[in-house]
Design a protein around this ligand. Sequence first.
Ligand code: G3P
Ligand code: CA
Length: 289
Amino acid sequence: MHARAATAMTTALLGTAALLLPATDVRAVEDGTPPAIIAHRGASGYAPENTLAAVDKAARLGAVWVENDVQRTRDGKLVVLHDDSLRRTTDVEQVFPGRAPWKVKDFTAAEIARLDAGSWFGSVYAGARVPTLKQYVRRVDLHHQKLLLELKNPELYPGIEQETLKLLGNEGWLDRKHRSRLVVQSFSAASLRTVHDLKPAVKTGFLGRPPMADLHAYAVFADQINPSYAAVSRAYVAAVQAFTGPHGRPLEVSTWTVNTADAARLVAGYGVDGIITNKPDVVRDALRE
Ligand code: G3P
Ligand code: CA
């Protein structure tokens, strides 16, 4: 096929991928041995972050877990995007030139649905959209993947914890089977406490590195402590894992963002439970060596 025709076909497929893609069964490549490998914003080293294309790429690479970032539109819809502004990862400046600083919270879901969230990454991804959270969890489910869902900037969106849990419940993600495939994480301890109080059965992860002396307080509402990999050590990981979390199991550590084989081997040697990476294949290959 001519390259341009192939590109056009790929672009078309991205729009209707849920109908056309085979449902990759990533359970087939999971052996359950820690550390879990978590595709950060999807396989964002290879596809535009936080898009359905990045979920699909993660599935094709055999990544059982994907991580995403959830925020809220002006009309109250939950969408998947990292920055609080649409500027970096969409064409919002061209489509809505008079709307600086292009904050997610200032746009309706219909406006955001018009934006191209793929071209900034590569022309083959032109036409990729900012997914709604509903679209996103359906795609993750299609691939039988697990979800590390980050509540991003929850201080900007009062009530987003309850709304996120409601959507997850409506989509079946709070039933017993799905709950084992879900962790809600945030840099906001207050937000995680709210999630834990609203739905104690849901696992939560605190993003950051609390002092060891404070870990007992986090163990009341958080199942995971998830620090930057530059901030962890074997001693810190062991200290976290010595605590029992709210579900009666040892606290876990997933660390980010690990994109090289050397870093993957280093943190695996620390005994972490999860490695969050833009390149799940690089981490997988490093751990297999
Ligand atoms: O999952 C960890 C990581 O996503 C936290 O940082 O800025 O990429 O959301 P950030
Ligand atoms: Ca994130």
